[in-house]
Design a protein around this ligand. Sequence first.
Ligand code: CA
Length: 240
Amino acid sequence: MSAHPLILIIEDEESLAALVGDYLRAAGFRVGHLARAEPALDWIARERPALILLDLMLPGQDGLSLCREIRARDALPIIMTTARVEEIDRLLGLELGADDYVCKPYSPRELVARVKAVLRRTGAPSDAHGPAALIRLDAERLRVSHGDESIVLTAVEFALLAALRQAAGRILTRDHLMDRIYRDNRIVSDRTIDSHVKKLRRRLGELLPDVELIHAVYGVGYRYEEPESPVRGAGVTVTE
Ligand code: CA
């Protein structure tokens, strides 16, 4: 990959595209912009961007159908952007294969951080389960280890962690997590998931005090992600 990865912004709000473009360039990326979906496939085939920021609502062909078309051809990382937080749940349900979802209005700084995170993840897809993984899970003993240290979780906490880690890098909705941890269909509220996650994070904090492994995605759910290591980020060079 080039030292200055090319990011394609597909966004019909010109001022927003310009603002995001400025932030991306300041972070060391090259930037392309299209205001419509129709020319995107040709553009992508020609320019080979490293990642696409794709607006959901576009005049003409919408972001959903373009996302499907891109996915049918290659595994290019895609971050979908949408003005409606409720829409994200539906998008996740459609399993479009986008790598992340960002709700408008977003801070350009946050968006740049997401772009970097997705590039790290997709540049090293096997890391979460590879030898570099930070923690080891022992399902029989409900034990989580890091180096010589270990903690023992409750069955629910362990199931939550296992589900999130298995999907490392992807957002799991509260509904999905509830399905995974309550096989007996007990009624639990969203807040219950939140409180289990809160306890799980606190327990993981005993093992890894300075590391956040479980990230809340506002209004949507949670994502497991191990922090960047110097080796892991080597495929993408960005200067700030
Ligand atoms: Ca739009």
